[in-house]
Design a binder for this molecule. Structure first.
Ligand SMILES: NC(=O)c1ccc[n+]([C@@H]2O[C@H](COP(=O)([O-])OP(=O)(O)OC[C@H]3O[C@@H](n4cnc5c(N)ncnc54)[C@H](OP(=O)(O)O)[C@@H]3O)[C@@H](O)[C@H]2O)c1
Length: 332
């Protein structure tokens, strides 16, 4: 019989690993793990399992999913459910597990976007796939221009009142809609815990307004793809490896997106990271976390070694002003 997994006894010995999520009672690890890629049925279960185990051993308590993660859609939740059952069943109360609904999930008019019909049915399906009674955070995955915001927020609030989610979150909402949604959720008695936007050195759209809205509303921020899906690492400095996201047919990073202009920037950033004594991935994570309004950086990993390398970022989160100026100049 296989030896049961025993989590590292020292996993909580770094209190500085956790940052408060907005004005809530919840703290999240500075680095959280997302299961968008590398956990589907197309991937190797044992690798995903090793990554989650190692993450938990290193103090990572937050795992982020969505109904459609795979491929095929739903399989990341199924596989996560399996490994929870195998390894972490005794540790459910130590985990913050999130899922989302908002992108296309099943056929017909009720399997996409932001209706109450879709969100609540999807949450039930997610809970079944993961074998859970509740998730910690349930997100509206994207704003729906055709469904009244009141309906979508009402569905999130209902998820909490029915005991199927503890907190609610928004993902990909623009600043004005975020502020309106936050007001509605407060009135419904289920304040918005967290916002999940895309944010990295290569995509800075949240800087001018969204971060201010989040601070005002007391909402935490969990940027996704802080490594720009692997671009902000050493992965593509010498071509496209066959096992890299951009080399896989189902990967969301397309080879065509790795242009000479981007590669030039990455090479310059890589040199700067080396001068700081960091890998490029570590510098990219430290850069996202330099703003205290950012609660946690939501990374992906295809190997245990990537996860370990990324966690080392936390030993140097500081930038001298000249470095930030240099980064701005490279990105300009
Ligand atoms: N709300 C939304 O709309 C939304 C959208 C996208 C993502 N997300 C969430 O955000 C999570 C993270 O997204 P992401 O996977 O794009 O994040 P990311 O951290 O920007 O990219 C992860 C990829 O970077 C590479 N990588 C990571 N660490 C590395 C290292 N130390 N050295 C070299 N390469 C490294 C790996 O690529 P290889 O696979 O090539 O090895 C890994 O799969 C997702 O899992 C999901 O939970 C949410």
């Amino acid at each position: 019989m296989a030896t049961p997994y025993l989590p590292a006894a020292d996993r909580y010995e770094r209190p500085a690993l956790y940052r408060r999520c907005g004005r809530s009672g919840v703290k999240l690890p500075l680095i959280s793990l997302g299961l968008w890629h590398n956990f589907g049925d197309v991937d190797v279960f044992a690798t995903g399992r090793a990554i989650v185990r190692r993450a938990f051993d290193l103090g990572i308590t937050h795992f982020d999913l969505a109904n459609n993660y795979g491929p095929p859609p739903g399989s990341a939740e199924e596989n996560f459910g399996k490994l929870l059952h195998l390894d972490l069943a005794a540790h459910r109360d130590e985990l913050i597990i999130s899922t989302k609904a908002g992108y296309s999930m099943w056929q017909g008019p009720y399997g996409d976007w932001g209706s109450r019909k879709y969100l609540l049915a999807s949450l039930d399906q997610s809970l079944r796939r993961m074998g859970l009674d509740y998730v910690d955070i349930f997100y509206s995955h994207r704003p729906d221009p055709e469904t009244p915001l009141e309906e979508t927020m009402g569905a999130l609030a209902h998820a909490v009142r029915s005991g199927k989610a503890l907190y609610v979150g928004l993902s990909n909402y623009r600043p004005a809609d975020t502020a309106r949604a936050a007001q509605m959720l407060r009135e419904l008695g289920t304040p918005c815990l967290i916002h999940q936007p895309r944010y990295s050195m290569l995509d800075r759209w949240i800087e001018p307004q969204l971060l201010d809205v989040l601070a005002q509303e007391g909402i935490g921020c969990i940027p996704f793809s802080p490594l720009a899906q692997g671009l902000l690492t050493d992965r593509y400095l010498a071509g496209i490896p066959a096992d890299a996201r951009a080399g896989k047919p189902h990967g969301f990073l397309k080879a065509a997106g790795i242009t000479p202009t981007i590669l030039t920037k990455i090479e310059k950033l890589n040199a700067l990271a080396q001068a700081r004594g960091q890998s490029l991935a570590q510098m990219a994570l430290a850069w996202v976390l330099r703003d205290p309004r950012v609660t946690t950086a939501l990374i992906g990993a295809s190997k245990v070694s990537q996860l370990e390398n990324n966690l080392v970022a936390l030993s140097n989160l500081n930038f001298v002003p000249a470095e930030l100026v240099q980064i701005d100049a490279i990105l300009a």
